[in-house]
Write a protein that binds this ligand. Structure first.
Ligand code: OSB
Ligand code: MG
Length: 370
């Protein structure tokens, strides 16, 4: 394939409910969508999954926009690539900026799958069309509110509950959740809110039998996490520090954790996700697909990649209506009463992109041509 143009679109999309992590609150997303077109008239859609500020990762909306527009798009446009799987290599000279790269790379996969007329999940090598879903619930203003939210999600059928935790929202909160809901599949995500100095506190959480404790220690660490894992009964799950297959290899070697939250954007898109999934599967390390409050476009890509064999635990891939009053794809992503999503059978991402809705939400647009 030969890419002819890349359209960049920034949409602003208010969340149905604010989302709070240990690093802050988000009320409205600033999302970059990419529309990639090839010389033969095909098109594909992608999304940069970075946040509005460089808090979860160094990448953020304005930085990703600039690097896609000025650096990455010119590297890809006009180049001959045999397969979407090779688009990653075109951007090799650029370090980091994996979410920006994924916005282009995943769109090329969508384009290619549409061209061949197969659903993206099949094209990626997926085998399990019905994926298991969990939810990620942010820090709330009160424990009562949190309990109410958990009740709603359990009633909807979600298979596991992840709650965001921080040093001011941990032991007592988890205790109340366990008292109220018994032995549901429950986990906590700290987004790097602790250090090894908090070892006693983290060890005290062992009594709750959490399915896993996600990213307790600093965002770039895999060494202290190994020390922590050696002293915890609860499995540690790594999120922020695993950006590449090499990072995953080292974390496996060091025993930095027992599970990886494999985010498609954070690692640079489908090709890198596939490599990490294969490596983890060979090493008996379960992975699951994380989320970044994506619009329907990024969500559709997450659904597709979650069908690979190594994604053995419920992911943070959930229904559109948990995030948006109206999504930018049709139909909206829905979850079955069993807490699963069935990957669509239409070619590519398998959802229609609602261009009229996107145009209404657009605050900035650019088109990069050869
Ligand atoms: O750490 O997994 C995280 C959202 C934004 C940034 C980081 C994280 C998250 C989530 C939300 O947990 C997952 C989702 O529902 O999309
Ligand atoms: Mg996380």
């Amino acid at each position: 394939m030969k890419i002819k143009s890349i359209e960049l679109i920034e949409i602003n999309l208010p969340l149905v409910h604010f989302f709070e992590t240990s690093f802050g609150r988000t009320y409205e997303r600033r999302i970059i969508l990419t529309r990639v077109r090839d010389e033969a008239g095909g098109e594909g859609w992608g999304e940069a999954t970075c946040g509005e500020t460089p808090s979860y990762s160094e990448e953020w909306t304005d930085a990703a926009w600039a690097v896609i527009e000025r650096i990455l798009a010119p590297m890809v446009i006009g180049a001959e690539v045999e397969r979407a799987a090779n688009v990653w290599d075109l951007m090799k000279q650029v370090r980091g900026n994996r979410m920006a790269k994924a916005a282009i790379e995943t769109a090329c996969w969508d384009l290619e799958a549409k061209k061949i007329g197969v659903p993206l999940w099949r094209h990626l090598g997926g085998e399990n069309r019905e994926i298991a879903c969990g939810v990620s619930i942010g820090i709330q203003d009160s424990v009562e509110q949190l309990l109410e939210k958990i009740r709603t999600e359990l009633d909807a059928g979600y298979q596991r509950i992840k709650i965001k935790i921080s040093p001011r929202w941990d032991y007592d909160v988890i205790k109340r959740v366990r008292e109220t809901f018994g032995d549901i599949l429950l986990m906590g995500d700290a987004n790097s809110a602790y250090t090894l100095a908090d070892l006693d506190k983290l060890k005290s959480l062992d009594e709750f039998g959490l399915m896993m404790l996600e990213q307790p220690l600093p965002h770039d660490d895999i060494i202290d996490h190994a020390k922590l894992q050696a002293q915890l009964k609860t499995p540690v799950c790594l999120d922020e520090p695993i950006k590449s297959p090499e990072d995953a290899r080292k974390a496996i070697e060091l025993k930095s954790g027992k599970i990886i939250n494999l985010k498609n954007g954070r690692v640079g898109g489908h090709s890198e996700s596939k490599r990490i999934e294969a490596l983890c599967r060979e090493n008996g390390m379960p992975v699951w697909c994380g989320g970044m409050l994506e619009s329907g476009v990024g969500r559709a890509h997450n659904i597709a990649i979650s069908t690979l064999r190594g994604y053995t635990l419920p992911g943070d891939v959930s229904a559109s209506k948990r995030y948006w009053h109206e999504d930018v794809i049709e139909p909206a992503v829905e979850v079955t009463p069993e807490g699963t999503i069935i990957a669509p059978d239409a070619p590519g991402i398998g959802f229609e992109v609602n261009r009229r809705r996107i145009d209404k939400l657009t605050v900035r647009r650019a088109e990069i041509n050869g």
